[in-house]
Design a protein around this ligand. Structure first.
Ligand SMILES: [Zn+2]
Length: 308
């Protein structure tokens, strides 16, 4: 049996109630048995009064299966968390907070939004490996959803309201491999070199359109392809396809992206793209990152993210 659900019915059978979800979380957190986070003692027992909580046999500290994780202190049932993870991880386009609120019958839009925002923060694995081999690198502008953007105000999409995004696609094996996307401040050498340094392995080869900011990127081999009469989408077909899919997705699911949360939406797109051939396994990978992630408060989520 796969260690992740392979269909809706399979999901429903495995995670029928909160106890089943808690068992999964307990095994994922402590694969070789309970271990006290306070004193590292390896003996504990289920707490009599509190659900899904262990009490350390040594120091007496009580630890819930969700303590210290992204689900820490949540009032939502575990089944709701699991459904949200399942829907967000396996749906080919993802789900908006409004769709999630309706699908899971959540009381308020705010709790649906929080749930989505927390899970989106778990879509970027802090331990992921940089892209390697031959890597296309390019940059683009995407229109801003300006209705609630403090910089532009007003309704609709503004012509000036553009957000800048750098992208990289592994193309070493004929078909595209993994991708990375990052919000950047401008198209300067500092921004683009920073992007390549953060996401491309040392010694890899980057293929660019010859934009003046790329030469001199440290630690990688650079193959500039100067755009003359040839269109950029011919030279860098995969970054162009990724950018185009990103823009379609942003409009379709979110009616455009907002500047303060751009990076987490890019992370969501990258998470799904990189798991496009293993959508069901993406469920356990998202849950595992969520378990390892530190608790996030509402205030942390509404704070604008800095662009690199
Ligand atoms: Zn202890």
């Amino acid at each position: 049996m796969a260690d992740f659900p392979t269909s809706l019915l399979d999901f429903q059978r495995r995670f029928a109630d909160d106890a089943a979800c808690a068992t999964w979380l307990g095994k994922a957190r402590w694969p070789s048995g309970f271990r006290c986070p306070a004193c590292a003692h390896e003996k504990g027992w289920p707490h009599g009064g509190k659900r899904f909580t262990y009490e350390c046999a040594n120091c007496g500290k009580q630890t819930s299966v969700t303590a210290g994780t992204i689900m820490h202190g949540s009032k939502l049932p575990l089944t709701v968390w699991f459904w949200a993870v399942y829907l967000m991880a396996t749906h080919s386009n993802g789900v908006s907070a409004l769709q999630l609120q309706k699908q899971l019958a959540l009381g308020s839009y705010k709790s649906a939004w929080l749930l989505c925002a927390k899970l989106r923060r778990a879509m970027c694995n802090p331990n992921r490996n940089p892209l390697s081999g031959l890597v296309e690198v390019d940059e683009t502008e995407i229109p801003l959803r300006s209705k609630d953007d403090p910089l532009t105000g007003g309704g609709g999409r503004s012509a000036q309201g553009k957000m800048l995004v750098a992208g990289a696609v592994e193309i070493g094996h004929g078909a595209p491999g993994r991708i990375r996307l990052a919000a950047i401040r401008n198209f300067s050498a500092a921004s683009l070199h920073g992007f390549v340094g953060a996401h491309v392995e040392k010694g890899a080869t980057i293929k660019t359109d010859g934009w003046a900011a790329y030469p001199g990127v440290p630690d990688v081999v650079h193959e500039p392809h100067v755009v003359g009469s040839m269109a950029a989408h011919v030279l860098l077909p995969w970054t162009h396809r990724v950018f185009s899919n990103l823009k379609t997705w942003a409009l379709g699911v979110y009616h455009g992206l907002r500047r303060p949360h751009l990076q987490s939406y890019l992370d969501e797109f990258v998470f799904r793209f990189n798991r496009r051939r293993s959508r069901h396994a993406a469920f356990s990978s998202l849950l595992s990152i969520a378990l390892a992630a530190k608790p996030i408060t509402y205030n942390m989520l509404i704070e604008p993210e800095p662009a690199a």
